[in-house]
Design a protein around this ligand. Structure first.
Ligand SMILES: Nc1nc2c(ncn2[C@@H]2O[C@H](COP(=O)(O)OP(=O)(O)O)[C@@H](O)[C@H]2O)c(=O)[nH]1
Ligand SMILES: [Mg+2]
Length: 287
């Protein structure tokens, strides 16, 4: 058989099939290792029980078979946690904002308006630099949304601006509350961002709020819905409502974007923390 003929025989489909076969072999290999190294299997089972994706943990720990590490359970656990630590990412807080518009987006009921209240208070009252802060409400859909922000505005002495007022006084940071992604909400938001870009020199930062109580599929769906926006970081909400952080961790491993803040309850402004991997991993390993 000439070389030319051989090349012709290998179609794209063949290559794909080969790749799949190799992937299967890798999987089988990992499974085989697990059968033969009980301690590794035990640690894999422990993390899978906690909700991590089995393929991911199996592959990670199978790689340690044959090494001296396979005999020490504590080390195996530490190894997985270290790998998780390396895969998660957090963004350090920008404590000196100027001319920045932070837009909080996310599904309805996820805690966006609460975040706008908490973050505004933080930037005005709790950081070393007291920022000049304002709100804009861009949620014209939810009944009561305007009232919610108006209440924060009064309680915190932070002005609630109409959109055109963005062209008047200047602020260090303006927090924008938004509607979910339904209907034409995102198109409207993009128009609004175009307006900011054309008529002001504010820098825009988009923060996507995600609830720690959401399932993997919901998280992926929400992320898809907002993916066309240039998301700077995630904020995790409702950390107080669940002890099972596996879905959010599996999601964060897949979608490599940093977390900036964590919301741990309903109290405004107290229940907000700067994101930390240690906090997330400790919570994940609790009980
Ligand atoms: N338990 C808990 N509740 C929260 C948290 N953040 C917001 N909420 C509550 O969730 C509900 C919806 O919050 P809201 O900020 O209006 O959500 P939005 O629709 O995304 O603006 C309210 O009852 C909030 O008090 C949180 O971190 N933990
Ligand atoms: Mg709201």
């Amino acid at each position: 058989m000439s070389k030319k003929k051989e090349e012709k025989l290998l179609t794209v489909e063949d290559v794909r099939a080969l790749r799949e076969e190799i992937a299967l072999m890798h999987g089988a290999l990992a499974k085989d290792v697990l059968e033969h190294v009980p301690l590794i299997k035990k640690v894999v089972d422990r993390f899978v029980e906690k909700g991590l994706e089995s393929v991911w943990v199996e592959k990670l720990l199978a790689g340690l078979a044959g090494s001296s590490l396979e005999e020490d359970e504590e080390i195996l656990v530490a190894y997985v946690l270290e790998e998780l630590d390396a895969l998660l990412s957090v963004i350090s807080e920008d404590k000196d904002l100027s001319k920045t518009i932070r837009i909080v987006v996310g599904a309805t009921g996820i805690g966006k308006s609460s975040l706008v209240g908490k973050l505004s208070a933080r930037y005005k009252y709790f950081l070393k630099k007291s920022h000049s802060v304002a709100f804009v409400n861009f949620d014209q859909h939810k009944v009561g949304a305007e009232e919610q922000l108006a209440n924060y505005s009064e309680a915190m002495q932070i002005p609630l601006l109409a959109i055109l007022e963005l062209l008047e006084d200047e602020y260090d940071v303006i927090f924008v509350d938004t509607a979910g992604s339904g209907g034409d909400a995102l198109d409207e938001l993009e128009k609004f961002m175009g307006f900011i870009g054309n008529y002001t020199d504010y820098k825009i930062e988009i923060l996507l709020a995600l609830s720690a109580t959401s399932k993997m599929r919901d998280l992926e769906k929400i992320y898809q819905a907002f993916a066309k926006l240039d998301i700077k970081s995630f904020i995790l909400t409702k950390l107080d409502e669940t002890t099972d952080l596996s879905d959010i961790i599996n999601f964060l491993i897949k979608v490599k974007k940093p977390i900036s803040y964590i919301s741990t309850g309903q109290k405004i402004p107290e229940d907000l923390e700067v994101a930390s991997k240690e906090y997330i991993l400790n919570r994940f390993m609790e009980d």
